[in-house]
Design a binder for this molecule. Sequence first.
Ligand code: ZN
Length: 264
Amino acid sequence: MQELKDQLTPVLFVGHGDPMNAVRDNAFTRTLAVMGKTLEKELNGKPKAIMMISAHWLTRGTFVSVTEKPETIYDFSGFPEELYKVVYPAPGAPETAREAIRLAPEIKEDAEWGLDHGAWSVLRHIFPAADIPVFQLSIDYYKPMQYHFDLARKLQPLRGQGVLVIGSGNIVHNLRAYFENPSGSPFDWAVEFDAWVKEKIVARDFQSLINYQSEGAAAKLAVPTPDHYAPLIYALAFAEGNEKMEFTYEEVQSSVSMRSFRVG
Ligand code: ZN
């Protein structure tokens, strides 16, 4: 059993924040670059494929992208020109995506979705060569967190097949508050909720994180909509028993938590 666990590919959760991080060199993006190099060293090569769970692919029903050559999607508006010039030309991973369907037949194929900015804005820092096949798993916007947790558990065998799972969202993500105070100090409720999530992750109390809505006012402000929080639940659900979990970046900017971690 121990041997099997040793072969599990790690899981990452990345708090992606501002799309402009895609083209920035800062403390956050540098930790992503180091992460990619560390993983390749530890795995003695590259992962076979990457399954991205991005806050920016929201659907009714759950889908995996089976595109051979995923397009870089510019799913935002009003950003500087340089952001629209970024291309992440990684190949798709349709066979691995179909393996996910075999494990959880409620997932359906999607032949159109490419890579949204929740995926490419972090992938280009982690694996700049863009030579690892990538597919995305969508987030069913209409399902409760328990559904996302249970679905991820069914997909767990992918980790034993060399697939690197990356959840890309933000533990605290309130854009209305952000635009009121973009460069200001962190909101108290943002710091409070981020610290609460950290505490529950350390305690491996995933059920409390699934039921975050009972955490009152701070939770309501920190997670006004479930899109950026759901990737956290996916990433945690992939963790096995006593696997090592390590925070790779911690920062609250205004009303956004950049907290990132690694499992395994
Ligand atoms: Zn986002």
